[in-house]
Ligand binder design. Structure first.
Ligand code: UD1
Length: 432
């Protein structure tokens, strides 16, 4: 099994270029098959979740042509199957976007119940509520979610919970429903806006994405388009926080600084210097940071996907911090691993109380999920000595060339598989 091996203690310094947003790309790829004309998507991140979704889309019969590492041409004209059920797709969450896309276009879809990171119960009741409001039936049958409609008719839908997935999924279906849909209490994340922008460029009529209320007037069909995915705010945030944790100086390029506002202000609050440019941010950390409190919220609040990385910084900060996880109930599974590096964290329900220590010490840890994995890598980069991280396939779901990018910033990290390779690394870095 592949592992990361990391020799920590170096400040990370330099420039890093951020790729396309994984979570936007997943919605966008599903939306692309709603047209019977070619849709060219660029700035796709080359990460496992995106590649698995592309495979699943190809299995429906759609044209999926990889033009290069970051560009794919899709055409839904040749779709012959509305059933998506392979072993890989069961492991990812965003497979459910194919429900909204195919329900809108074909009035029928069957998709294996989604998996994804084990960070909480992750129900899909709000997705089904939206589909039902549009006139569809939805049921779970033999591990599949089956949605079906004779007609899809626009409706007023109030979501009981702010959900990124439900907002995008119902928006997809409503684009091709008859008449007007009003979606209230929707998610405002940049990727919701990005999917809406792609759909509008395909001829949809969606207004209000990025606010609490999305209004859609259904159209008969969608045409081809040429679209570039927005930069990944979580990848960007991860490198910003890596600078903070290692007392480094990183310029994070190809970002939309506005999408990072909340991260920027938290970093400034605890003592980092952050400069913003047109499409870059620079984070400089020269001294030990200080404690704060953080509460995860839907956008524009503090993103749950940055909570583990934030905890790593606070575990090294002066004083006691409180981190409240309000979105997913099972998102502190990395705490045990961080404790093995010396962190002093006590979890009570959805609250972590963190007493900052001055230094982590490297050790062997296991990655529990995608973002926690990135956080543990940052921790290992900051730690004294050598760490090994198992189960790094989680990280590959969402970060392209993570190790390579860290190396370009002066990080000492390699992928190893055998005890011999681990010993070789230890000899090389002088830690035997
Ligand atoms: C998406 C992101 C994920 C991020 C999350 C919150 C993708 C592929 N994943 O996940 O990285 O952490 O947004 O920003 O884009 N909920 C319900 N019923 C539903 C749907 C959701 O109760 O039908 C609840 C969830 O349990 C959770 C909250 O709503 O407590 C938010 O979930 P949601 O925004 O839907 O997350 P995902 O779309 O799964």
């Amino acid at each position: 099994m592949e592992q990361y091996i990391i020799k920590g203690g170096n400040p990370l310094v330099g420039e890093v270029v951020i790729g396309g947003a994984k979570n936007a790309a997943l919605g966008i790829l599903a939306a692309a098959i709603m047209s019977d004309e070619p849709v060219l998507i660029s700035n796709l991140p080359d990460v496992n979740d995106v590649n698995v979704l592309l495979e699943a889309i190809a299995e429906t019969g759609a044209v999926v042509e990889r033009k290069n590492r970051h560009t794919a041409l899709l055409n839904g004209r040749t779709i012959g199957s509305y059933v998506v059920n392979n072993n890989f797709i069961k492991k990812m969450r965003a497979s459910y976007y194919l429900l909204g896309a195919m329900l809108g276009k074909y009035h029928h879809a069957e998709v294996a119940l989604p998996g994804g990171c084990n960070i909480g119960s992750r129900p899909i009741d709000q997705h089904l509520k939206g589909f039902r409001a549009l006139g569809a039936t939805g049921k779970i049958q033999n591990g599949m979610i089956v949605v079906d409609a004779k007609r899809l008719v626009g409706a007023r839908i109030y979501f009981d919970k702010v959900s990124v997935g439900a907002t995008i999924n119902v928006m997809l279906a409503a684009c091709l429903a008859e008449g007007r849909t009003v979606m209230e209490n929707v998610a405002k994340e940049p990727h919701v806006v990005d999917v809406a922008n792609l759909l509008n460029s395909m001829g949809a009529n969606i207004r209000g994405a990025g606010t609490d209320v999305i209004r859609i007037t259904g159209v008969k069909s969608l045409h081809g388009a040429d679209y570039s995915v927005i930069p990944d705010q979580i990848e960007a945030g991860t490198f910003m926080f890596a600078a903070a944790a290692t007392r480094g100086d990183i310029t994070v390029k190809n970002v939309i600084p506005k999408h990072l506002d909340c991260l920027t202000s938290k970093l400034r609050e605890i003592g980092c210097e952050v400069s913003e440019f047109d499409d870059a941010v620079r984070v400089v950390c020269k001294k030990r940071l200080h404690s704060t409190s953080v509460n995860t919220m839907p956008y524009p609040g503090f993103p749950t996907d940055m909570q583990p990385q934030m905890s790593v910084i606070l575990a090294l900060a002066q004083g006691t911090s409180v981190v409240t996880e309000s979105i997913f109930e099972n998102r502190f599974r990395y705490v045990d691993e961080l404790t093995r590096m010396g962190a002093l964290i006590q979890v009570e329900g959805n609250i972590a109380i963190i007493n900052g220590i001055s230094q982590f010490s490297g050790t062997q840890v296991a990655v529990p999920d995608l973002r926690a994995g990135a956080a543990l890598v940052i921790a290992a980069m900051a730690a004294d000595g050598v760490s090994t991280l198992e189960d790094i396939e989680y990280i590959k779901r969402g970060y392209e060339d993570f190790a390579e990018k860290l190396v370009s910033l002066g990080g000492i990290i390699e992928i190893v598989e055998t005890e011999k390779e681990i010993q070789k690394f230890r000899l090389k870095v002088g830690c035997v």
